[in-house]
Design a protein around this ligand. Structure first.
Ligand SMILES: *Cc1c(COP(=O)(O)O)cnc(C)c1O
Length: 363
């Protein structure tokens, strides 16, 4: 008797819906505003040519430079293939499949669920309050068996920061029971909100960072997990032997040089200016009901005829991210801040949507 390949797979993998990354969603655009990437490529050169050798597991220069950038000790920094791998390493090191749970607060980033489900760890959710802050009493009630709580701040896709006092309360209620993972993928857009400085107070705090967003290196696949040495040592037990290829480490070290960091900061301030202009113009569009405050390189907005707006822009090659199926986000699209020209194209397309005042004047 033979078994189909499908049946050979683990039950949780058969049941799994893979993360629909912006790239997997497809589209035929020339204005890509759906993955929170930086709109322009940064220059780099390869200086390491010894590809006959295996790379260092934790390239020393990358670790030293990130530690300096983050204001931490080198034993508090782990580098891996993007923040996404950090999300998964924490589950692999701390959660017993079929027994432990992870908790997070939708609407939020999709990979917490995908990683937990892949590994066979229970996903428990406590919806954020209407203002997108943590519902602490509801979290407290649901912490039984939870080993990891993910808090995304600034949150993707809403763009808001989590109230620091709430985060401290969460850290108090989880002390000795669970890790709290603060996902700071967008922290370069609001650096003073980082909780990396709290590591000395909380042995169970983990902070995720990435070079994919403000550092303009999404294609590099390089991220960082910041935690106290005891946590890092455990994560190092489950990490792949060579998580970063030699060219990745080479480019990451350049991005984290003094020059690289200065360039990133310049990009951030330009992008923030473009963002605030876009927000201003969105607020003046008839088809836009609400534009939410953003501490990031994207803006969430609620539209009147959302699927029509999404589709019309898609057909014009402007690709946004539809968030309307997330809890509390009906009618919402997320727009990554592109170049000024790209943002202008978004506004022009929205003004011309059928049924809006501008299109009626033209008609
Ligand atoms: C983009 C993103 C990540 C993943 O970053 P990578 O380093 O590219 O894996 C993690 N968390 C959030 C909230 C993100 O938006």
């Amino acid at each position: 008797m033979s078994t189909s390949i499908e049946e050979l797979a683990r039950a949780n993998v058969r049941a799994l819906t893979p993360y629909l990354s912006a790239r997997r969603l497809g589209g035929n655009g020339d204005v890509w505003l759906n993955a929170n990437e930086y709109p322009l490529a940064v220059p780099f050169e390869l200086s390491q040519n010894t590809l006959n050798r295996y790379p260092e597991c934790q390239p020393k220069q990358v670790i030293e430079r990130y530690a300096r950038y983050a204001g931490l000790a080198t034993d508090q920094v782990l580098v891996c293939r993007g923040a996404d791998e950090g999300i998964e390493l924490v589950i692999r090191a701390f959660c017993e499949p079929g027994q432990d749970a992870v908790l997070f607060c939708p609407p939020t980033y999709g990979m917490y669920a995908v990683s937990a489900e892949t590994i066979g760890v229970e996903v428990r959710t406590v919806e954020a309050r209407e203002d997108w802050q943590l519902n602490l009493p509801a979290i407290a009630e649901r912490l039984d068996g939870v080993k990891v709580v993910y808090v995304c701040s600034p949150n993707n896709p809403t763009g808001n920061l989590v109230n620091p006092d709430d985060l401290r309360q969460l850290l108090e209620m989880t002390r000795g029971k669970a890790l709290v993972v603060a996902d700071e993928a967008y922290i370069e857009f609001c650096p003073s909100a980082s909780v990396a400085g709290w590591l000395k107070d909380y042995p169970h705090l983990v902070v995720l960072r990435t070079l994919s967003k403000a550092f303009a290196l999404a294609g590099l696949r390089c991220g960082f997990t910041l935690a106290n040495a005891e946590v890092i040592t455990l994560l190092m037990k489950v990490i792949a032997p060579y998580p970063l290829s030699t060219p990745v480490a080479d480019i990451a070290a350049q991005a984290l040089s003094e020059q690289g960091v200065a360039l990133m900061k310049q990009h951030v301030s330009d992008l923030v200016a473009t963002r605030d202009e876009l927000i201003d113009q969105l607020r003046r569009c008839d088809c836009v009901e609400a534009v939410f405050t953003s501490n990031t390189n994207y803006v969430l907005a609620r539209f009147t005829a959302t699927s029509q707006a999404f589709k019309t822009l898609w057909e014009q090659g402007i690709i946004l991210r539809d968030q309307s199926r997330q809890p509390g986000l009906s009618g919402c699209l997320r727009i990554t801040i592109g170049t000024r020209e790209e943002c202008n194209r978004v506004i022009a397309a929205l003004r011309n949507l059928p049924g809006t005042a501008a299109s009626r004047e033209q008609a």
